[in-house]
Each structure stands twice: as C-alpha cells, then as structure tokens.
Design a protein around this ligand. Structure first.
Ligand code: ATP
Length: 428
C-alpha cells in the first residue's frame, strides 16, 4: 500500500550517482541539525512514474537558510538566501543547484479552504500544492530515507492516471492551475477526475482576471512542451479557450492550420526556441489587429513579441499567391522562418498550393542561405558597397527559382549581370 511505499530504491536507480549522494548528504546534515528533510513535488511524482527528472526540490521542517549556510560551510560551494521567503539555493561544489525551502512559508497564497486544524508543517506545505500527484514528499532523514509522504492519495491517483485538486477552491485561488492540469493530462496521458474537471470547466472565466505573465508562464509550457493540438481541443472542451484568447478561430480551423504548420516545422529547421509559442498562439487567432495585440500582450520578452509583430506585418502587407520564390524572398527575407511558417500555415490551410509554396520557399531559403557571400562577390571584382546586400538577395532569388544551378553557374551569372550593372552605375 501507499502508506508503506519506499522510494529509496527508485531514487538510487533513477537519479544520477551525484544527485543521489547529494540528497543523502543533505538528509544527513538536516537531521544532524534536528530538521526533517523531504524531497518534494514533481521529482517524487516522477520517481513513482519511473520518469527522468533531476530537479531537486527540498522542503525542511526547520530553517532552510540555516541548512543552506551549513552545507556551504561544511561542503563548499555557495549559497544564496532569501530571508523574506526563508529559502536558500545551495550550489554544490560540483555545480548542482538545490532549492531548499522552509515548510510553512507563505510562498503560495494560503488556501482559504484550509481547515483550521493543526497540521504538521510538511502536510501544510503539501496542501498548498496543485494536484495530489504533485503533493507528495519523500523523506531524506537517515532513519526512514525513501519513505513516501502521501497525505492525499497521490500514489493511488498516479496508479489511476488521475489529476485531482486537493480542495474545491483550488482553481479559485489559482486559475492557472487549470492550465497546469491540462499540461499534466497531456504529458502523462492522465485525466482529471470528474469533480476536478467540473471545477476546471467553471473556472475558465476566472482566467481572465489573472495577469498575462502568469498565464503566459503556463500557456507557453502547454504550447511548447506539450502539444498545441491537445491545447486547442482540450481548452475548447473545457470552455477555457475564449478566456485565454478571445480572438481565437474555431477548433476545426485551428487544427487544420496547426497541421500545415507542423508539416512545415518538420521539413524546415524552424528556430528551435522556447519563444515560438507566441507565434503558435497567433496562428490560432483570427489575425485581426485586436488579435495581434492580444497575442503580443502575452509576450515575456522582445523575441516573443517580435514573432507576433512579424506575423502582423507580413499578413497586412502580403496577399498569399502563387508567385516566384524569388518574389517571396523579397517579401520575407529578414523575417524569421517561424513567423513566415505561421503565415504560410494560415494561408496554406485554405489553399493547398500556398502550403506547397511555403514548403518550397522555406526549405529553399535554408539551402541558399550563406551559399554565396560578400567575399565571393569581391573575388569577382565587385566593389564592396551599399549594393552588396541587394545583389546577394538577387543571387539568392535566382538560386531559389533555379535550384539546379551550381555555385559556379551562380558566380558566372553574377559576374555577367552584376559587373555590367556595377559599371553602368558608375557611369551614371
Ligand atoms: P515539471 O516536470 O514540468 O517541472 P513540476 O511538477 O516540477 O513539473 P513545476 O512547475 O516546476 O512543475 O512546479 C514544481 C512543484 O511546485 C509542483 O510539483 C507543485 O507541487 C508546485 N506548484 C507549482 N506551481 C503551482 C501552482 N500554481 N499551484 C500549486 N502548486 C504549484
């Protein structure tokens, strides 16, 4: 039964040797200081699931700052402390970062639903967490190292594949948990239990009262680490889609755009970036000026905002059409492949020929990029100057239109056309 579950074996086999030694050491040291140490949160869940996770989160019943300072003094490494939160981050001599938290610090809002009974510190700490599967601990004390701490039947819920809140007001206190629930559903192929799902359904609206950056934090993980397709389907099902993106398209449209986008992403090396998610979000929108502002309002940084602005500027300037690749190159040169792919995915979901155009252009652009440089033009006898950029663009365009030309062919063409043009410019 869960009550007797011991995770020492899983921890030893799953964690790296270094990490395992480290948590053992921390456990010993905390006990020597009369504190009760626990490994908590996602890593405990993942030990039970047999999934890789090397993110060490430790909660102690006791003063985490004292523990951190003690570890740094005796083992070396360095420690950063936050008095206000009673937390410490110890960086071990091998460079492993360990977060140490004191139980019962108010780093989450205190649940209004918490019954006014005496709870052990660790129980109270775990009660503030999102779902039963994330609300377990593993003792690190030498006397019972590996003992599973599971007040809320998280172990059984993992076995049953269930995402379940700890109390009914959970989503009221933190509506972003609705997005977290969806994320874990997808990642583990789990499902919310009936009660949790009903609560989630009723909390879509409350998401509109949450700050954009907080939603963005969870939304980005759903769209990037998990799946945009899952997000669209599940968010619509739970009726939370409109509260996250009021300018969203209908589900069928979103899914068909995503399928073109994912096909393009497969063939083109889209910048592998954790910031792509704003572009994907924009793809789900109705491409109105309001939609672009709405998507931009979620951006955490310039890069994330830039994707939205690029998509906006491309779609307001260009009508999708079947034209030569060199012409597309003139329009999209300098625009990221992510934003370009979103543009082609939207148009391509309505017109197969445009999707194909996008594929040809984006894969072609990768191939011609950097195949001829300014140095090559100088070797041809061209004077470096302001026209260089234009000439390279022209060469790339020619190459896109006639991909079978060799580099020598291209240089010969450049010599014939550009040298003449350069001398014409001089005589003007
Ligand atoms: P991942 O594997 O994606 O990192 P995780 O469970 O470790 O999953 P984090 O977002 O890193 O997720 O959070 C760490 C832990 O902190 C969670 O397991 C959960 O116990 C708690 N937690 C995080 N966010 C919330 C929240 N919004 N409400 C309540 N508890 C939370």
């Amino acid at each position: 039964s869960a009550a007797r579950t011991n995770l020492a074996f899983s921890a030893k086999s799953r964690l790296s040797q270094n990490l395992f030694n480290l948590i053992t050491l921390i456990g010993n040291r905390a006990s020597a200081l009369n504190m009760k140490p626990y490994l908590i949160g996602g890593i405990v869940r993942d030990l039970i699931l047999g999934r890789d996770n090397q993110d060490i989160d430790i909660v102690v019943e006791g003063n985490a700052i004292e523990l951190g300072e003690n570890l740094a003094a005796s083992e070396g490494g360095s420690v950063r402390t936050h008095e206000a939160f009673k937390t410490a981050t110890w960086t071990s001599p091998e460079g492993i970062k360990v977060d140490l938290t004191s139980a019962r610090t108010e780093y989450y809002d205190y649940p209004a639903a918490l019954p006014q009974v005496e709870l052990s510190d660790i129980k109270e700490d775990l009660y503030r967490r999102d779902f039963t599967i994330n609300a377990m601990g593993m003792s690190l004390a030498p006397v019972d190292f590996g003992r599973l701490i599971d007040f809320f039947n998280g172990y059984l819920d993992i076995r049953g594949g269930i995402i379940k809140v700890l109390y009914n007001l959970s989503f009221t206190e933190d509506p972003t948990r609705v997005l977290r629930a969806m994320r874990f559903e997808h990642r583990f192929s789990f499902h919310m239990d009936e009660q949790t799902e009903t609560l989630a359904r009723n909390h879509g609206r409350t998401l509109s009262s949450v700050s954009k950056p907080r939603i963005a934090g969870e939304l980005s993980r759903l769209l990037i680490e998990e799946s945009p397709v899952f997000f669209v389907k599940r968010a619509a099902e739970l009726d939370v889609f409109r509260y996250i993106l009021s300018s969203h398209e209908d589900v069928i449209t979103c899914l068909s755009r995503l399928s073109v986008y994912e096909e393009l992403a497969k063939q083109v090396n889209l910048e592998k970036s954790i910031h792509n998610w704003t572009a994907i979000l924009t793809l789900l929108s109705d491409f109105t000026p309001d939609a672009f502002s709405e998507c931009r309002s979620y951006a955490h940084n310039k890069q994330e905002a830039r994707y939205v602005s690029e998509i906006e500027s491309i779609s307001s300037a260009v009508r999708p059409a079947v034209i030569k690749l060199s012409e597309w190159h003139r329009i999209l040169e300098g625009k990221s492949s992510v934003a370009s792919a979103v543009f082609f995915a939207k148009a391509g979901s309505e017109d197969q020929a445009i999707a194909e155009m996008g594929r040809l252009y984006l894969t072609g652009r990768e191939q011609v990029k950097n195949r001829i440089s300014g140095q090559d033009l100088i070797k041809l006898g061209l004077e470096p100057g302001p026209d260089f950029k234009e000439w390279l663009l022209e060469i790339e365009g020619k190459w896109l239109d006639e991909p079978n030309l060799t580099k020598d062919d291209m240089l010969r063409w450049a010599q014939e056309h550009l040298l003449i043009r350069a001398s014409e410019n001089e005589t003007e």
